[in-house]
Write a protein that binds this ligand. Sequence first.
Ligand SMILES: *Cc1c(COP(=O)(O)O)cnc(C)c1O
Length: 407
Amino acid sequence: MKTPIYFDNHATTPMDPRVLEAMLPYFSEKFGNAASRNHAYGWESEQAVETARKQIAALIGANPKEIVFTSGATESNNLALKGVAEMYAERGNHIITVATEHKAVLDTCKKLEKHGCQVTYLPLQQDGLVDLDQLRESFTNRTILVSIMYANNEIGVIQPVAEIGKMCKERGVLFHTDGVQAVGKIPVDVQRDNIDLMSLTGHKIYGPKGVGALYVRRRNPRVQLTAQIDGGGHERGMRSGTLNTPGIVGFGKAAELCHQEMAEESVRLRELRDRLKVRLESELDEVFINGSMEHRLPHNLNMSFAYVEGESLLMGINDIAVSSGSACTSATLEPSYVLKALGVGDDLAHTSIRFGIGRFNTVEEVDYVANRVIETVRKLRDLSPLYEMAKEGIDISKIEWVAEAAH
Ligand SMILES: *Cc1c(COP(=O)(O)O)cnc(C)c1O
């Protein structure tokens, strides 16, 4: 078994060897510019790009003409939000989103607020789901866009996207979803879900980094966007720039593989995830799952381990690549804003671990990870006076601490 074991598949996925194989010729002999209309080199690249467009469209129930290639989901989110805000400025300036969106949406909203947009940031319920009644009450006659992610990258919670899409449709408001974590993992269908815009990226579905797409609905309604990158009018004028042919070919191949294998793969990954969950829950006490288990991506587990110190826990399992609920931003240790939004306290947020299981993980790896986490948590708790006191039935929240803080 190769360590560190990679259990961070929400951050990025390793590229599938079949994807690499499909890409390789486009780095060398098939080097043409897909926009070159006058010769075979260009046609060959254009053909490859159109194949990828079909493969990606097929995965989400779209028409290939509705796929706009970008450099990744960060750009797609920017294009969706800024492009709509600019294009529909006369109709309104109000956007509804959720406090636990990816920073590519939240920071874009912050920027738009500086330019006169009004943004409503909906809170989450304790299980990580949006309250649909609260969403319904948030619409105003100036609302032009709702942007709510399909599935969360930290807690894996899947939002009621079809209901949200329906609600937007009834009101004539555009619906954008950041589909990065859901597409290729669970069935996503832009028709069924009434999605008008959706952000995608290659590197979360076993494809290459630096290539993504924005799904832009063409019919019922025909969504218009103000381009954010001008020059040459590529991608139907919505995103100029010479296309990254090898990247796009790889993204397309990755989408095709997901389309073919998703049904089986999600069953296998769910079994692995549940195997890990059962081990941790049965062999450790005082562990807490963050977010709904019912509405959740099959390969995600996000768990907090009480009475251990977050840093020590991560250090203790440094042969496993996972993400924790604390983000080291500059000098401070900030608890994850997603867990905070669920109402998870700072202590439990700091000791949370996100396990993201992927295509190339095995049962042996799951067992190894379970063993290492169990052993490390037990060892740390053996050293923890708080854990001991809690076990003796002392209510720690009622203790009056007398020690002076050193800082
Ligand atoms: C990774 C991720 C992004 C950013 O995608 P890039 O292609 O890396 O820019 C956006 N949204 C979500 C939910 C993500 O997980």
